[in-house]
Ligand binder design. Structure first.
Ligand code: DI6
Ligand code: FE
Length: 415
């Protein structure tokens, strides 16, 4: 059991009579489950975690606000570590085209796909983007999500990429949610650079990224390494620019084909390789050696009716941590629920209940480079919790379309 920290004398609040999933894994107990526990909070951080039987002896208890969980399950706040939440419009018409037989790649090649969302997003003001994104954000928050990664990538020029990132930052200031931004200018080739992909990469490295960094808008650098987007060599140049700014990298890798993007991101000590349906053993080994997380995006797999599954067994064998995220975006994953995504991760990819839940907590925190702060009920970490009205946490991935959230706690405050 964890020991109280020295300055824990006066707690602000304590959640009692909770069954806890600490996410502090052991081989026998991967979710760190224990029943009849309590968690205490001060200044937005966890200061004590222990069994109810030890609570009475804690001096911090005296003035603390007490929240009785009445035997509900309490987990860390959920983390959606890969989203494209900020965008304008939608692509329902392209869904209809796909149902009539066109492929995602064909629609992209005909000027639809990412480019249609780029046009809509460029035309939208910051306020309009906020207005359109807010309901999506609130739906995720309503499922106990307390941290969300949001990418740019629908601006594709300096002005509009910065606009998207500013919107992401503003959402985090207005709502009780932590936002981590990723700079994704290397998402698609904008029409201004048609036929000149290498020049666009130069423009990203020399103009766009420095401008975004200058405004403090970038937490990580991302890219789309794919035959219909950017090559491994082009992504290497973007990652070298990221390194000059001391920014961590991540990558949309091996989604539709194997471009050895996972090896590239691992070479740069990257946070995560995402999608990874076509990942091979060399990529898995490189990720294991670098501590790069494999981020699974089953909603995109489902929505594109893909059949190639990520190499889950190889990642288990080599000890690659797996995160699970929505990929919420208008083209390949128009989804606004992380709970349903958990179900898809288990149903489509065969993740165990523990793997799925670690994928939206501790491993998702690692995918954001925030494992020191987030993702488990550990003394010193931020007090972001979700309290669930379930008798067994397996109900979270199991139920389809249900939302058993009872309450949500952000930085020690009930929201
Ligand atoms: N892979 C995806 O699944 C999304 N981006 C990416 O790089 C798709 C984005 C879109 O179609 O709008
Ligand atoms: Fe994505």
């Amino acid at each position: 059991m964890q020991q109280p920290s020295e300055n824990s004398n006066e707690w602000d609040a304590v959640w009692i009579n909770a069954h806890l999933a600490t996410m502090e894994s052991t081989p026998e107990n991967p979710l760190g489950l224990f029943r009849d526990g309590a968690v205490a909070v001060k200044d937005g951080r966890i200061v004590w975690v222990g069994p109810m039987s030890d609570l009475r002896n804690q001096s911090g208890l005296e003035h603390a606000q007490v929240h009785d969980c009445k035997s509900k399950w309490l987990t860390p706040g959920l983390i959606d570590s890969h989203t494209h939440l900020v965008y304008a419009g939608n692509r329902a018409k392209e869904f209809a085209r796909r149902l009539a037989g066109e492929s995602y790649a064909e629609i992209a090649a005909s000027g639809g796909g990412i480019m249609s969302t780029v046009s809509a997003t460029r035309a939208a003001s910051e306020d309009a983007l906020i207005e359109q994104t807010m309901p999506r954000l609130e739906r995720l928050m309503g499922e106990g999500v307390t941290t969300i990664e949001i990418k740019s990538g629908y601006g594709l020029d300096t002005k509009n990429e910065l606009k998207m990132l500013r919107v992401a930052r503003r959402l985090g200031e207005w709502q009780k949610v932590r936002i981590r931004t990723s700079f994704l200018a290397a998402h698609a080739l904008p029409p201004e650079f048609s036929g000149r992909a290498d020049d666009y990469i130069t423009h990203i490295c020399e103009e766009m990224l420095p401008a975004a960094v200058e405004e403090g808008l970038v937490d990580a650098v991302d890219g789309f390494c794919e035959h219909l987007a950017f090559s491994n060599a082009q992504m290497r140049r973007v990652f070298e620019a990221a390194r000059r700014h001391k920014l961590p990298v991540k990558l949309h890798a091996e989604q539709l084909s194997n471009q050895h993007g996972a090896e590239l991101v691992a070479e740069f000590g990257g946070l995560s390789a995402d999608h990874i349906e076509y990942l091979d053993e060399a990529g898995v080994k490189a990720m294991a050696a670098a501590g790069t997380v494999g981020t699974l995006l089953p909603a995109a797999f489902y929505f594109l009716r893909e059949t190639q599954k990520p190499p889950i067994d190889l990642m288990r064998e080599h000890g690659v941590a797996m995160a699970v995220a929505t990929d919420s975006n208008p083209g390949t994953a128009p989804i606004e629920t992380l709970l349903l995504t958990l179900n898809m991760a288990s149903t489509c990819f065969g993740l165990t209940i523990s793997e799925a839940l670690l994928g939206v907590t501790r491993h998702a925190a690692k995918a954001l480079g925030a494992e020191e702060q987030l993702g488990s009920l550990t003394i010193g970490k931020v007090a972001d919790f979700a309290v669930w009205n379930v008798s067994d946490l397996a109900e979270l991935p199991y139920r389809i379309g249900a939302n058993p959230l009872s309450s949500r706690v952000y930085a020690g405050q009930r929201t």
